[in-house]
Ligand binder design. Structure first.
Ligand code: PDD
Length: 286
């Protein structure tokens, strides 16, 4: 049975789903996206992702698809039609497909393109990587200046993952002006003396939905949180480190470049936060 995807109001087998070659997402990376994880057939933090999506559209003056109010229903329908137990729903909106390639934005007559699809990842929350911890390398952050908008300009993050792979690591942390911004597709944290330190919000990083939830749970559990930039050297001397994202939840980091953190296994704070995040998010999943 082929996967059913959603394109501009229709549920179609993936082989029949088509987007124009003039689509601005394809030609200009003129699009925004969201990834929402699914555990036990339910969506985690759907409202947070929907809110950030609206903000991304507003920041880019991108038109809102007619189906904007039906997004929850479309997500649920795709999860059901594709029998997703654990996995994710990917959503992308682009500025649509005008008649020709033109740098200037098209007029209101061109409707945005809305695409959603699912990816099945059985056992997503029981990842062996979370038991082991991941290794990251550091790379310069050469992305554009509005990283708070979740655009589909993902070439450099893809290159970062390839650089990590070539170095025998799992991911890369990006460095700007001496400080860590974030991971290629996740937010970055260190733990020192029991305190959780992560980059403060701004245009330099994506405002992670998992980040917001994890920091809230950490504070509720009386853990100390400091939101500020931290350097690579500080990270390499930390007791532990971890990343967060919709697809990895809370994932321990055990090495940064040549520096091994602690005893090279996932630290207690990262482990505890992963457990709390998964428990609490499952409770409120819809
Ligand atoms: N990435 N920072 C960047 C650059 C990201 O691409 C992501 C998410 C995050 C974490 O955000 P959230 O907690 O809302 O998932 C931070 C998604 C998962 C992706 O591109 O697949």
């Amino acid at each position: 049975m082929s996967r059913i995807v959603y394109v501009n109001g229709e549920y179609l087998p993936e082989e029949e789903a088509k987007v124009s070659v003039f689509d601005r997402g394809f030609l200009f990376a003129d699009g925004v996206y969201e990834v929402t994880s699914v555990l036990g057939g339910k969506l985690l933090d759907f409202e947070g992702h929907a809110r950030r999506l609206r903000r991304s559209l507003d920041e880019l003056d991108m038109p809102t698809p007619e189906a904007m109010d039906d997004l929850l229903e479309i997500h649920r329908e795709l999860v059901a039609r594709n029998s997703i137990v654990d996995g994710m729903v990917y959503l992308q909106i682009t500025r649509g497909a005008p008649a020709d390639r033109d740098f200037a934005f098209p007029g209101a007559e061109v409707p945005p393109t809305l695409v959603l699809f699912t990816q099945s990842k059985p056992g997503l929350a029981e990842s062996p990587a979370a038991e082991r911890g991941i290794r990251v390398i550091s790379i310069p952050d050469i992305r554009w200046g509005r990283r708070d908008i979740k655009t589909v300009q993902l070439l450099y993050p893809s290159m970062g993952k390839m650089m990590a792979k070539a170095a025998g690591a799992d991911d890369a942390w990006m460095i700007e002006d001496g400080a860590v911004t974030e991971g290629t597709s996740n937010n970055a944290y260190i733990v020192k003396g029991g305190k959780i330190i992560t980059r403060n919000l701004g245009t330099e990083i994506l405002h992670g939905i998992t980040r917001a939830a994890v920091l809230r749970f950490a504070r509720e559990a009386q853990m100390e949180v400091e939101e500020r930039p931290f350097t690579l050297a500080e990270a390499q001397e930390a007791d532990e480190a971890f990343i967060t994202s919709a697809s990895t939840f809370v994932m321990p980091v055990v090495a940064i470049d040549d520096a091994t953190l602690g005893d090279g296994t996932p630290g207690p704070v990262a482990r505890r936060l992963r457990e709390i995040y998964l428990d609490e998010s499952r409770k409120t999943a819809i």
